[in-house]
Design a binder for this molecule. Structure first.
Ligand code: PLP
Length: 387
């Protein structure tokens, strides 16, 4: 069967492939510890889930405006603005079924065929996929382990060209847990302004920060008119399956997004948005407790990994991933991930699933119980010692 060229670059996400292999082993009776899939290991907060259930019971199950319910757009403009110290209007906020469409659709709105998009490598696999789907040319820029996985600014400057139309950032980052410093963002902002480029800033992990702060590039002078902030409910509120994301951008672009949403997804489920409204407006102590718990787990997994001879793991500052360097074992990251699954029963992702610069690393999520983390680290240490 023939398919269009524009989808020929699409590959399965590494996490789903490893999950399928892990589940096949479980079906044979093996015990597997899952450190591959990046989602909170607890249920959606009860008050949030109940708001969704109540909305369904009240019949809020019909079409609604493509860019989202006005009340939620209003609440998000206020909440996201207050957290970043920026004033946003509701007209700048658009809602979608997850953050993923809010990576692809803005690119479709601004890229001409052949326009270049700079993006982090290692980075979330959907970035490269979305750039290609929107007709753009992906230009990877490395993140530096020795700088806590901050952007390699020299490489970024060297990658700019007259075709650069967008710079994509992700801080705190998947898969590294790195955070871009204010200095880095100031420099990226300067380069974006000079090149008249858009910045798409994926801030989905903005609330999961363990050290200091995670500044937004939208705070930099002159960036309001060229920044698209993508954010969502999946990670902060443990709502991965509800599908709810939002993005904040200049109003003229938001109006175009309204059209793109109209003709692609139509709208986002009303009851999902009602749950989201409760998540934003309701008590935040559950989020604070989860951040404190993730911090404990991060400390545990990083200490455990660094105690394994041959493994070097920088301290992640945000999100819920550890990204240890495993080069000393002299095997590819996918070989090592397979060995760990087969021999230790621990499912992790090869760094190469996140781009060329991810080779030599593994990604482990610590969105798992302390008991499982301790067990996984001990099993990994034994399997690696036996290599
Ligand atoms: N951006 C990053 C960096 C992610 O890690 C993820 C999910 O893993 C997403 C976006 C997509 O999130 P959503 O579930 O809101 O579509």
């Amino acid at each position: 069967m023939d398919f269009a060229k524009r989808i020929s670059h699409l590959r399965a996400e590494g996490a789903y492939a490893v999950l399928a292999r892990a589940q096949a082993l479980e079906a044979q009776g093996r015990e597997i510890i899952h450190l591959e899939i990046g989602q909170p290991d607890f249920a959606t907060y009860p008050h949030v889930a109940m708001a969704g259930v109540k909305a369904i019971a009240m019949g809020q199950t019909r079409y609604n405006p493509p860019a989202g319910l006005p009340a939620l757009r209003e609440a998000l403009a206020e909440d996201a603005g207050r957290r970043r110290g920026i004033e946003f209007r509701a007209g700048q906020v658009v809602i979608a079924p997850g953050t993923k469409p809010l990576l692809l659709l803005p690119m479709m709105a601004v890229l001409e065929p052949g326009d270049e998009v700079i993006y982090p490598d290692p980075g979330f696999p959907s970035y490269e996929a979305a750039i290609g789907l929107a007709g753009g040319v992906p230009v990877p820029v490395p993140l530096l382990e020795e700088q806590g996985y901050d952007l390699d600014l020299e490489a970024l400057e060297g990658s700019l060209s007259p075709r650069t139309r967008m710079i994509l950032l992700n801080s705190p980052g998947n898969p590294t847990g790195g955070i871009h410093s204010r200095q880095t963002l100031a420099r990226v902002a300067e380069l974006a302004r000079r090149r008249d480029a858009w910045v798409l800033s994926d801030e989905i992990y903005a609330r999961l920060v363990y050290e200091g702060e995670a500044p937004s590039i939208a705070q930099m002078p002159g960036m309001a008119e060229r920044t698209i902030i993508a954010d969502g409910f999946s990670k902060t509120y443990a709502m991965t399956g509800w599908r709810l994301g939002f993005a904040i951008m200049p109003e003229p672009l938001a109006e175009k997004m309204n059209l793109l949403l109209t003709h692609s997804v139509g709208c986002t489920a009303t009851f999902t948005q009602m749950a989201g409204l409760e998540a934003v407006r309701g008590p935040q102590d559950a989020v604070d407790a989860v951040v404190a718990e993730f911090r404990r787990r991060r400390d545990l997994i990083v200490a455990g990994l660094n105690a394994i001879p041959g493994v070097r793991c920088p301290m992640p500052m945000g999100a819920f991933y550890a990204f240890p360097n495993i080069r000393s074992f002299g095997r590819s990251s996918s070989e090592l991930a397979e060995t760990l699954l087969d021999k230790a029963g621990v499912a992790v992702l090869p760094g190469s699933a996140f781009g060329r610069n991810g080779e030599g690393y593994l990604r482990l999520t610590y969105a798992n119980s302390t008991e499982n983390i301790e067990k996984a680290v001990a099993k990994m240490a034994a399997a690696l010692a036996a290599l």
